[in-house]
Design a binder for this molecule. Sequence first.
Ligand code: F6P
Length: 323
Amino acid sequence: MKRVAVFTSGGDAPGMNACIRAVVRGAIYHEVEIFGIRYGYDGMIRGDIFQMSSHSVSNIVQRGGTILKSARSKEFTTPEGRRKAYEQLRKWGIEGLIAIGGDGTFTGASIFYNEYELPTVGAPGTIDNDLYGTDYTIGFDTAVNTALEAIDKIRDTADSHDRVFFIEVMGRDSGYIAIQSGIGGGAELVMVPETLTSVDDVIATLKQGWDRAKTSSIVVVAEGEEEGTAHEIADKVKEHLKQKDLRVTTLGHVQRGGRPSAFDRILASRLGLGALEGLLAGQKNVAAGIINDKLVYTDFKDAISKEKPLNPDLIRMVNILSI
Ligand code: F6P
């Protein structure tokens, strides 16, 4: 294989740049021509493709976001869009692809592979950590630390005013960011889509804390929580706890930006090089991952569809530690 292209797609994640750098430098090391595709699948369709050099990835290992830009492409979900993308890749003589992104990216890559058999290897990049086949995804650690920093700050003001704060974190349908930032931030309660927590449970837990002389409380709510958004849950709780001052903070996209942590930079470098070397060694239609510190490859199909459950020990621990 002599010509490989790399792209980032879907929601960006801190560490994607470190991953791109590893792919590019790895390709140059292995004497493969490397091309960047801007704006993910949209850029592939438009032919927004350029040759990359070692210099094009200088000074990016520490930067959040993605120098290749990203997009969620509607057109690539159509057979016509994918055909245009394939024609562009053929025009550029691309023989293999490295797709950096989350489940939407891998779903697109898998459909594309099944149609055109262009060898593709994925590197899991999403703050949600919701992909099977890797213990951690690129960006998750940084997002948790960003959320944690915010929770620490909110705790200060919650404490000064004896308030209850509902803090909503990202994660789409997964509670990974919520459970980890909740434990790290000493939350009284963490509400995740993976377990049932009713509004009555929330009220009971808060009251239990006050009976034990707690004056302020933090409830971390995953955005995919079944009971609703943090605002909706806070409104329901308020109906029953009129005497308490409640506030809601939705952390939002702040969790997607910022300098990647050391953990994410190293993980991204390993996954980027692992994806590239896998591709050159004949891997296709798979995602690179790290499980128990070992590089592994998992079929896109499994990476997207298999469950990666939250560690039940963590869920149990929140309840014990919040006493
Ligand atoms: O998948 C990453 C993520 O940040 C999710 O946690 C969140 O649900 C979603 O992307 C937000 O997407 P967008 O940036 O398109 O609003």
